[in-house]
Design a protein around this ligand. Structure first.
Ligand code: GLN
Length: 214
């Protein structure tokens, strides 16, 4: 199982280091061919406008949209989340529209471009009781200003969603790769494993179906 990390700009190396610490090989995705054989994708934080321009000029925009629609698990952080949103405030029609949320860039106030805060993530509950809070680092983070009805909220900050999930997409407005806490990456890798098992099952069913008709 290998994971593709969009490596056009931004914090892709940090995600690769987290994957390495979990024993998972990462592929740096810079051209469409790099996507072959990836079981999941990570879209890192960085600068949305630059990432969008590079993704278009390297021919990656449409393949990313297609794979996302086909159900490949995607972990998108900060700028990655912005690129996946349904609509970016003030920039309509400029995103991949794979996640039914609207976002506003750099919307946590001029004075606090960056901050750190503990987040409660009930999904990380362990048998022994409630989970430890996740220390989330926000860097010029986007605000999620609307969520669709199929979107689940995994964590909120001051009543606003900051970690959301919809089907194969996990979107975080902060930077989980900058802490030593790998729980969001581990959660994503579980989704990748489940997706792979489903695909193998579907393939076996199709082969069985074909064989029985011969
Ligand atoms: N502020 C950046 C943007 O809007 C995103 C910040 C980040 O990814 N840390 O592109």
């Amino acid at each position: 199982m290998k994971i593709g990390v969009l490596a056009l700009q931004g914090a892709f190396r940090e995600h690769e280091e987290v994957l390495a610490s979990l024993g998972i090989p990462a592929v740096e995705v810079r051209q469409p061919e790099d996507l072959h054989g990836c079981g999941g994708l990570i879209l890192p934080g960085g600068e949305t406008t630059t990432q969008r321009k590079l993704a278009h000029s390297y021919g990656l925009w449409d393949p990313l949209a297609r794979l996302g629609r086909q159900g490949i698990p995607i972990l998108a952080t900060c700028a990655g989340l912005i690129l996946l949103a349904k609509c970016i405030d003030g920039e309509p029609g400029s995103s991949l529209e794979l996640l039914d949320v609207d976002v506003r860039r750099n919307a946590y106030g001029r004075q606090v471009f960056s901050f750190e805060t503990p987040l409660a993530v009930p999904r990380f509950a362990v048998a022994s009781g409630p989970p430890d809070p996740f220390r989330a680092i926000f860097i010029r983070a986007p605000r999620i200003v609307r969520i669709g009805q199929d979107v689940s909220v995994l964590a909120s900050h001051e009543g606003e969603p900051v970690a959301v999930e919809q089907g194969n997409i996990l979107g975080l407005s902060f930077h989980p790769e900058l802490t030593q806490d790998n729980r969001f990456h581990a959660y994503f890798l579980e989704a990748v494993r489940r997706h792979k098992t489903t695909q193998v099952g579907q393939m076996q069913a199709a082969v069985g179906d074909y064989a029985s008709r011969k």
